[in-house]
Structures are given as structure tokens and as C-alpha cells.
Design a protein around this ligand. Structure first.
Ligand code: MN
Length: 243
């Protein structure tokens, strides 16, 4: 019997332009994910999400069907918003048989208190991004945008991606990483849990001491045509499983 375990992934950035990643994800859902107690998707599953009324587009429908097949086969499925797919809503979650989690969410993972986050909130040195985030996460902005025609939203998403790519080129790597102070503040606030997040595309395990507590911070890998992977956690701890 395999040890009961949970898998965590993030930053797949699924899009019509990345068929390799989509195939790898579908293989993952039909393979390793089936044996898990639960699968947590910690944000940026999609490169863009323009609203739950776009579920029927070919890529989205394929992914919904595969997630639904997984959740009905047994594993619990949890979704968190990323900075790209923050418009994913209850309709999408319901169609997948998933539960949407707030960011951050604290869970008990086989006896270890674990805090889950996408990670973009921790990039506090990127002041410009945090201002943008505050705007697009407000319910007033989202209501207004979701009322626009789907084609208008599609174009807005394209423009936003282009703008974000351009802004990234002008920013240093330090600015786009998590701020050590933001991580410290978060760990203190929550009583020094294990922290698992994605977003920065810098997969790693950081182990260090803070205020006399030993702390562990896992950064999940992003998925591209050449790399990717998942975190597997059980009662003995977590390990990174690359593809
Ligand atoms: Mn992200």
C-alpha cells in the first residue's frame, strides 16, 4: 500500500500556445494524481481566465473534463487563484468538482501546519504590481469587467499579458522575487507554519531559523515544455518530484 499523500502544483500557465504542457498535465491527472488523497493547484493553472462563461472554449473544456474525472475518481481537489487566473469563479470550481481556497489558506498536512499561497502577495517590493493587484482583486472592478462582452475581455487579457511582459523586462530579479520581510511577517502572523507557494518560478526548498523556530518554505516549479513537476507531501515530509 502506498503511503497516503497529497500533491501540490502551480504555475502551469495553460494556454492554446502550450500543447506540451497541456498534454503533460492531462497525463499527470490520469497518472500520479489519481493515487493522491488530494491535489492542490496553487494558482496560475491558466495563463489567462476571462470569466467562467468561457468554460466551453476547447482548451478550457478539456481541462474541466479532466479535473472532473480526477475529483470523481476520489482525490479531493482544491484551487487557489493566481495572478493570471484570478477571475476563476464558483461555476468553474463546481464544474471541476473543486473547492476554491482563499489566499493564504492554512491546512493540516499529515500533522504539520502548512500555509498555502500563490505567492504574488509576497512580492511587496514590486509596488507597481501590488497597486495593480489591489485594483483587479476588488469586487467592483471584477463586476464591471465580467459584465463586458467576452471578446472585449479576451482582448483585455491579451493587452494585460503584453503589458506585464514588458514591465517584467524593466524589473530586476530581486523585485520579482518574494520579499524576505513579507515572508517573515507572514510566518510570524501565522505562528511559523510550513509555507508552500509558487509564482516566482524559482523552485526550491528554503530551510532556516526565524525567532527560534525552524522554518521550511517550498517554492513550487512552473511548468514549461522542458521542465515542471510537483510537490509530494506525506507524514514524513515533502519532496519535490520533477518531470
Ligand atoms: Mn503567478
Amino acid at each position: 500500500m502506498p503511503v497516503p499523500h497529497t500533491l501540490l502544483i502551480s504555475d502551469l500557465h495553460l494556454s492554446e500556445d502550450a500543447p506540451h504542457v497541456r498534454k503533460r498535465f492531462l497525463d499527470f491527472l490520469a497518472g500520479p494524481a489519481r493515487k493522491a488523497d488530494a491535489l492542490y493547484i496553487l494558482g496560475d493553472l491558466f495563463e489567462t481566465w476571462i470569466g467562467d462563461d468561457d468554460i466551453a472554449s476547447p482548451l478550457n473544456q478539456k481541462i474541466v473534463d479532466a479535473l472532473q474525472a480526477l475529483s470523481s475518481a476520489g482525490p479531493a481537489l482544491y484551487l487557489m487563484h493566481g495572478n493570471r487566473d484570478f477571475l476563476m469563479g464558483q461555476e468553474f470550481a463546481l464544474a471541476c468538482g473543486a473547492q476554491l481556497l482563499p489566499d493564504p489558506t492554512e491546512i493540516d498536512l499529515y500533522g504539520v501546519r502548512t500555509l498555502l499561497s500563490h505567492g504574488d502577495q509576497l512580492c511587496t517590493d514590486d509596488v507597481e504590481y501590488q497597486t495593480y493587484r489591489k485594483q483587479v482583486r476588488s469586487s467592483a472592478w471584477q463586476r464591471k469587467v465580467l459584465a463586458l462582452p467576452i471578446e472585449t475581455r479576451r482582448q483585455m487579457a491579451k493587452d494585460a499579458t503584453a503589458m506585464s511582459d514588458k514591465a517584467k523586462q524593466a524589473k530586476t530579479l530581486e523585485i520579482m522575487d518574494v520579499s524576505p520581510q513579507a515572508v517573515t511577517d507572514l510566518l510570524r502572523k501565522h505562528g511559523y507554519p510550513r509555507l508552500i507557494h509558487g509564482h516566482t518560478h524559482r523552485p526550491a526548498r528554503h530551510v532556516y531559523r526565524l525567532d527560534d523556530h525552524s522554518c521550511e518554505r517550498w517554492v513550487l516549479p512552473d511548468w514549461t515544455s522542458v521542465r515542471g513537476g510537483y510537490l509530494q507531501c506525506d507524514r514524513n515530509g515533502c519532496r519535490s518530484v520533477p518531470f
